[in-house]
Design a protein around this ligand. Structure first.
Ligand SMILES: C[S@@+](CC[C@H](N)C(=O)[O-])C[C@H]1O[C@@H](n2cnc3c(N)ncnc32)[C@H](O)[C@@H]1O
Length: 776
């Protein structure tokens, strides 16, 4: 690039394509000229993907302003092709390099490079390409100067040929995903079975070679990722990585030490998957294991890998007759009645001279999870009708166990372990699960002996969250808290990172205890209702009567101990929420309700794995909090909460005119354009230090920028959220696909507010929330 950073505009007489400033615009001009002749249905958007310069039918295209060394560019293309294979995409048979300035295309066949394509590369494709020998090209086409060559280039680009690839553990997940995308109704059998796609390709017959492995053992660590959508819901299979499984063996060994002298013992894992928890066991330990898993292909791997070394696998041999519809194993559903009657397990449970140790990572499947609901179309989870799940529901109703606990398949495993299997005080359960079953749901009240916290990300999820593996003794206990060591995983060095202490404290109250429960006078039972987006909704079925009155300034709903789905469980609206779940804010005490909203935002500003899944909301400090509010000790802090609330985007209070003709005004904003709001009046009492001043200044800039836009309506009292939805709007660039903001100064002011607010929250708000156990 010349001095000053301005790229040359490639132009000149006699050129086919001129007037482009850089590689990107040259490439777009090239496609503009050629694509229509290749395939009139193709757009630039269709061909550009995944950092390649484009795939046109069976051709990978790579553009350069000029190509001084063909070897380097072909090497780069080989890496792109390798990435295509890993993603389950067909590998184009041709590579076409385009030298934009010389207007020359070089065509290579991919076949020659397939051995290299089937390797895995890390880092950018454009790096480390020296030393590669591309060999001779197949054709060189002067598309700039020769009509004949132009036509030839079009003919090449019209070809739709691919090189077939071999399946292995590196790429099987990509091809599995692609297979289920193209065959949404397909089950795992159709992909992985003896007659399935991988051994007998049909959808991919032109793209892959049949897989010839006699079993699926090669994919043992990936079987969870190869589930179809329905199985994902039902199986909740998230496998334990080796380093975590090895660490939890320490707990298992503590449990074995508790076996009384002279006793036999069995280690039961009812949901063993492909046996990840057991792989690090000694032969002696394995010889005590009774294992099973519901899913047929996991079961086959389990038998293959561990069958001969365990005490029993249920059922003992992998004959074809054990396969039942839906891909399950006959008799292996641990939630079924027949499993509870299975003598292979139950004879040990009945034997008083045998100690029972259960060692499990139960399926993680919550009926209420976002994932569960969003994938509704592919069928619903069937486990909710299982015998044990229903028995648990009956047993916990009317007890202090949260009924919510029955919405989680993992909880049914935990409950049933204590209910049906563990009998003696020296029996133990080593179990993986997020802590809420003990912390918030009172599912068990047993003696905690030892445990660790692990990052859920490494269990084939993308979520940073804490999973606890705990060793429980089968003895009742009312312990109130304990500390565990938390270990993240160091991927590069394949080891655990140094331990961090994590406190696990039990909750004794619900955050909804803070709700204002004063009855609303009948005269105020009028008005409209709002959706989660803050605006009036009439299309949703309301669950209660709306309210509007002089004394009422908005509606707050903050519920649930955990932080799953925080957008649903945290609402602050101008009108009542259509589905209720909250309470109306009154002018006289709204300030002391704001910490509730602040608490509900905790996870948005603290996304570390040591917080999510471990930290929860409670009203355990309510008495102390209310005493301190009454004494005036918290006056200034409540105003800080007010400042935070006014500037936080999840505050969905908006100003609008309802279908009843009344104005619903956002009173929790600092926009005084149309006269003071309640918040603006109260915030005047806040003693502002530099942090508050910076926030207020940023708010002023945001409002000012909003006022300068076409979309601004002077009759509206805006909050941050309403500026976000109505003014900080964006569109997609049709060519590049990039987001273009319609009002850049507004967007910039909005972006600048976010880190300021996060820091303010974490220094000024969160510590006090913790002190009063809003966050615990
Ligand atoms: C979280 S994975 C754990 C697998 C393995 N133990 C590990 O740690 O990697 C849960 C396993 O439970 C199995 N599973 C799900 N529902 C089951 C049921 N009702 N009965 C038995 N196994 C079940 C799934 O197929 C899956 O392999």
């Amino acid at each position: 690039m010349p001095v000053g950073g301005v790229a040359p505009v490639v132009a000149g007489p006699g050129r086919l394509i001129s007037g482009f400033a850089d590689e990107r615009s040259g490439q777009i001009a090239f496609y503009g000229l050629f694509l229509g002749s290749v395939d009139s249905g193709l757009t630039v958007d269709d061909v550009l993907r995944d950092n390649t310069d484009g795939v046109v039918r069976g051709n990978l295209l790579e553009f350069k302003l000029s190509i001084p060394d063909l070897n380097v560019v072909v090497s780069q293309c080989v890496k792109y092709l390798s990435a295509e294979r890993l993603k389950g995409r067909p590998v184009p048979a041709n590579i076409i390099l385009i030298d934009l300035i010389a207007e020359v295309a070089y065509v290579y066949g991919s076949k020659r490079y397939m051995e290299l394509v089937e390797r895995v590369y890390s880092g950018a494709a454009s790096k480390n390409n020296d030393g590669f020998v591309a060999g001779p090209f197949r054709e060189r086409l002067d598309y700039g100067s020769s009509d004949l060559d132009r036509q030839r280039l079009i003919d090449v680009m019209r070809t739709n040929d691919y090189e077939r690839i071999h399946l292995d553990a590196n790429c099987i997940v990509g091809w599995g995903r692609e297979y289920y995308r193209l065959n949404p109704a397909a089950r795992k059998d159709a992909f992985l079975g003896d007659e399935g796609e991988i051994r007998n390709p049909d959808t991919f017959r032109d793209y892959i070679y049949p897989y010839e492995g006699p079993t699926n053992v090669e994919f043992q660590y990936l079987m969870d990722k190869l589930n179809d959508d329905l199985s994902k819901k039902n199986l909740g299979a998230f496998y334990t990585p080796k380093c975590y499984a090895d660490k939890s063996l320490e707990l298992l060994r503590e449990a074995i030490k508790r076996v009384p002298e002279g006793n036999d013992y069995v280690i039961i894992d009812r949901c063993a998957g492909t046996g990840n928890l057991e792989k690090g066991m000694t032969d002696e330990e394995l010889s005590h294991c009774v294992l099973s898993t519901i899913e047929f292909y996991e079961y086959k791997v389990l038998v293959e890998l561990l069958g001969a070394r365990t005490r029993a696998i249920i059922p003992p041999v992998a004959s074809r007759s054990v396969f039942v519809a839906g891909g399950n194993v006959r008799g292996a559903n641990a939630m079924s009645r027949s499993y509870l009657e299975n003598e292979v397990v139950m004879r040990y449970v009945r034997d008083p001279k045998c100690t029972i140790i259960m060692y499990e990572n139960p399926p993680f499947s919550e009926a209420t999870s976002v994932d569960h609901q969003s994938k509704g179309k592919s069928g619903t989870a069937t486990w909710r009708n299982d015998y044990v799940v229903k028995e648990m529901k009956k047993a916990i109703s009317g007890t202090d166990i949260s009924i919510q606990a029955a919405q989680d398949l993992g909880n049914s495993f935990i409950w049933s372990a204590f209910h049906y299997y563990l009998r003696q005080p020296t029996d133990s359960y080593v179990v993986y699960s997020p802590v809420k079953y003990w912390k918030a749901q009172n599912l068990i009240s047993k003696r905690f002996i030892d445990g660790y916290g692990f990052n859920r990300r490494w269990f084939h999820t993308n979520i940073d969250a804490c999973i606890m593996v705990a060793l429980w003794s089968n003895e009742d206990s009312d312990m109130d808290g304990f500390t565990i060591n938390g270990y993240d995983y160091d991927e590069r060095n394949d080891c655990l990172k140094p331990a961090v202490p994590l406190e696990v404290k039990r909750l004794h109250s619900r955050v909804t205890d803070y709700y204002d429960k004063r009855p609303i006078p009948e005269a105020d039972r009028r008005g409209v209702l709002a959706g989660l987006n803050g605006y009036e909704t009439t299309s949703r079925k309301p669950s209660g009567k709306p309210a509007k009155g002089e004394d009422l300034l908005g509606y707050m709903a903050v519920y649930g101990a955990g932080f799953d789905n925080p957008e649903l469980h945290s609402s602050l609206l101008t009108a009542g929420r259509y589905d209720g779940h909250g309470f109306y804010l009154h002018r006289d005490n709204y300030l002391e309700k704001l910490p509730l909203f602040c608490a509900s935002r905790f996870i948005s500003y603290n996304r570390g794995w040591t917080e999510r899944g471990l930290i929860m909301k409670s009203a355990d400090g309510k008495d102390q909090f209310e005493r301190d509010v009454r004494s005036g000790k918290l006056d200034q802090w409540l105003l800080k909460c007010l400042l935070f609330t006014c500037l936080e985007r999840q505050n969905h209070m908006v100003t609008f005119t309802g279908s009843d003709g009344e104005e619903y005004r956002n009173e929790l904003t600092l926009d005084t354009t149309n006269g003071p709001t309640i918040a603006a009046t109260d915030i005047a009492r806040l003693q502002t230090g530099p942090d508050e001043a910076a926030l207020l200044l940023q708010w002023d800039q945001l409002l000012e920028a909003a006022k300068a836009t076409r979309e601004y309506d002077p009759a509206i009292t805006y909050g941050v959220y309403q500026i976000g939805t109505e003014i900080d709007t964006s569109r997609k660039d049709p060519i590049t696909g990039k987001t273009i903001y319609n009002n850049v100064p507004v967007h910039s002011a909005m972006k600048a507010l976010k880190p300021l607010l996060r820091d303010y929250y974490n220094t000024e708000i969160a510590p006090v929330l913790r002190k009063y156990e809003y966050i615990k």
